[in-house]
Design a protein around this ligand. Structure first.
Ligand code: BES
Ligand code: ZN
Ligand code: ZN
Length: 505
């Protein structure tokens, strides 16, 4: 995608579509045109205003009004997008509006578009607004069509040039906003690609190849440990879960050295189950195909590392990704097995479908042994979080109040929502075992909490947060800037968090 800033006068901007915005003063109240929308309306002799007073366009989120200005402007089409209540406009409103307009235009012969969603509300600076517009368009235009033949595939025929409107005075600030938007949207789309790849292509080894290729492109250090090395380190969780699969497990490490003279830095850990059948405790057939997305945590971490490498914050970050398949076979692990995790603790297996916590336990033990802190893990971990929070919010489990607020704030910048969940010690009762140090699952009650309590046994003294993205990582219907399938949730939040932590450790 070609992206540029333009300072040209609106009347002379030649493009296939000029996208402007309108909000509402309140529920059932009058429509308010944003800055460029007002200018365009003037050039059109009040045509937009008329469509608002006669009730054709109400300025609601998701709504669009299409106007053909004929010869009065150089633009072929004007798209007015609704932003809803003026009081509630934030970067997420702009992301959604821009995505709605871009998606609408994608299959209508438009190649060159200009984004001019400029409300300049109190909550949203001009640079943030530019960033959100571009992110919205780039995220909204994402598709995964590499396995379809060209006639089913509109790629290449759609939007190829995006311009963003600026004035001379804010050009430099806007260039930076555009740089950041491209990086964050690109990293999110990388994570989406990894999630959407079918499980026969994206095996654990292929996930390692993709991570290593990305690392080379952006200058990250990458190491991939094979099964022998995993065994040497006594990673009994990863070995146990992977033993039923013909595909060997891998342990991927990516290192970013942004502050070579300071301490060890932080860790990002991602669950990388490239396919989860449930193992011997097999899942029902319906929707099992969605379990190709059980590496959404790994994808989020790989995407975030790409963004971090490009944004260059002064901090050290290590990414740890245990990856394998959870399969059914004569060599699969059994309910009743006892596995010994890298830090020496034993886990009594009761349900082979609760595999994520086992591979994460090894990765967290390694992070803790290395003295990395804070540790942030991201995982499509439990069905329980899907029931609790649906596809709207990520479950946030954290042993530090300050880190909790930082993650929520980073999420707000990214347009992702995190909801704090408990880690009270009473929940440990549910995971007591008679024959091992801990029991793998705590039953149906509070199952996402007991899963987090298991992980807590492996973090040592580190500050730690666990993001359960099971409900948000893989969507079965589209949202304003998300296609069905991999959402890429977590990427932008992790990148924003690392930027924050780099500047105020
Ligand atoms: N990968 C699943 C969790 C999941 C569910 C992810 C729905 C995405 C959408 C995980 O490995 C799992 O199966 N968890 C079980 C554990 C249970 C058997 C103790 C769960 O939470 O239902
Ligand atoms: Zn499972
Ligand atoms: Zn799983």
């Amino acid at each position: 995608m070609d992206v540029q800033i333009t300072t040209q006068a609106i009347r002379n901007l030649s493009c296939d579509a000029l996208i402007v915005a309108a909000a509402r003063k309140g529920v059932g109240q009058e429509v308010l045109l944003a800055k460029t929308a007002t200018t365009v309306d003037g050039l059109l002799g009040g045509l937009i205003h008329e469509r608002c007073t006669d009730g054709e366009f109400k300025g609601n989120p998701g709504e669009i009004l299409i106007i053909h200005p004929m010869e009065r402007l150089a633009a072929t089409r004007i798209i007015v997008v609704g932003l809803g209540d003026l009081q509630k406009i934030d970067s997420q409103t702009v992301r959604r509006a821009s995505a709605t307009a871009a998606r609408h235009l994608q299959n209508t012969g438009a190649h060159q578009i200009v984004l001019a969603i400029d409300v300049h509300s109190d909550r949203l600076g001009a640079a943030q607004e530019i960033q959100a517009q571009l992110e919205g368009a780039l995220l909204g235009l994402y598709t995964f069509r590499i396995y379809q033949q060209a006639e089913n595939n509109s790629n290449g025929k759609g939007i190829s040039h995006i311009k963003l409107l600026a004035e001379e005075a804010n050009k430099v600030e806007f260039e930076q906003a555009i740089h950041k938007a491209r990086i964050l949207a690109g990293a999110t789309n990388l994570a989406r690609d990894l999630i959407n790849e079918p499980p026969n292509v994206l095996t654990p080894s292929e996930l390692a190849n993709r991570a290593s290729t990305m690392a080379k492109e952006v200058g990250l250090e990458c190491e991939v440990w094979n099964k022998a090395k995993i065994a040497e380190l006594s990673m009994g969780g990863l070995l146990g879960v992977s033993q039923g699969s013909a595909e060997p497990p891998q342990f991927i490490i990516l290192r970013y050295h942004g502050a070579p003279d300071s301490g060890k830095g932080m860790a990002l850990v991602g669950k990388g189950i490239t396919f989860d059948t449930g193992g011997i405790s097999i899942k029902p057939a319906e929707h099992m195909d969605a379990m190709k997305g059980d590496m959404g945590g790994a994808a989020a971490v790989i995407g975030a590392m790409q963004a971090i490498a490009k944004l260059q914050p002064p901090i050290n970050v290590t990414a740890l990704i245990p990856t394998c398949e959870n399969m059914v076979s004569g060599t699969a692990y059994h309910p009743g097995d006892i596995l010994r995790i890298m830090n020496g603790k034993t886990i009594e297996i009761v349900n082979t479908d609760a595999e994520g916590r086992l591979i994460l336990a090894d990765a967290l033990s390694y992070a803790a042994r290395e003295g990395l802190s804070p540790i942030i893990d991201v995982a499509t971990l439990t069905g329980g979080i899907v029931i609790a929070l649906g596809s709207t919010m990520v479950g946030l489990f954290c042993n530090d109040e300050c880190l909790t607020s930082e993650i929520i704030a980073a999420g707000r910048l990214a347009g992702e929502k995190y909801w704090p969940m408990p880690l009270d010690d009473e929940y440990n009762e549910q995971i007591k075992s008679d024959i091992a140090d801990i029991k793998q699952t705590g039953g149906r009650a509070a199952s996402s909490v007991t899963a987090a309590k298991i992980l807590e046994h492996f973090i040592g003294d580190a500050k730690w947060a666990h993001l359960d993205i099971a409900g948000t990582s893989y969507l079965d219907s589209k949202k304003p800037y998300q296609e069905k399938g991999g959402a890429g949730v977590g990427v932008r939040t992790l990148a924003e968090l690392v930027l924050q932590l780099a500047h105020n450790p």
